[in-house]
Design a protein around this ligand. Structure first.
Ligand SMILES: [Zn+2]
Length: 104
């Protein structure tokens, strides 16, 4: 995985809505990170590489879970909720316009 193009870094948009660790709240709007603006920015930033976005979010989820469970060892966040918050919104679940969705 060494196909990092130099252009990629140069054109990287700034992301002011970054997480404040270890609370994982947005530094700008104080919403649980990733806040709607952060999600939008991430979607744009990784528009052409959804796999990279998933990998990035997996890493973030791992760090966030470690931080949040350290802060609240007895009343930590729900795993499913954490997954939905960090990964669920970006998970490719079929194109809703294609009509090939799965029936749930
Ligand atoms: Zn924010």
């Amino acid at each position: 995985m060494s196909r990092t193009s130099p252009d990629n870094r140069a054109t990287r948009p700034c992301r002011p809505h970054l997480p404040l660790r270890p609370l994982w709240l947005c530094r700008v709007c104080a919403a649980p990170w990733p806040c709607p603006v952060a999600r939008l920015t991430l979607r744009q930033e990784y528009a052409h590489d959804r796999i990279a976005l998933s990998i990035y979010l997996c890493t973030v989820l791992h760090d966030a879970a470690a931080d949040l469970y350290r802060l609240n060892p007895h009343d930590g966040p729900d795993r499913a909720a954490l997954y939905a918050r960090f990964l669920g919104w970006a998970a490719p679940r079929g194109d809703p316009d294609s009509g090939v969705g799965h029936s749930e």
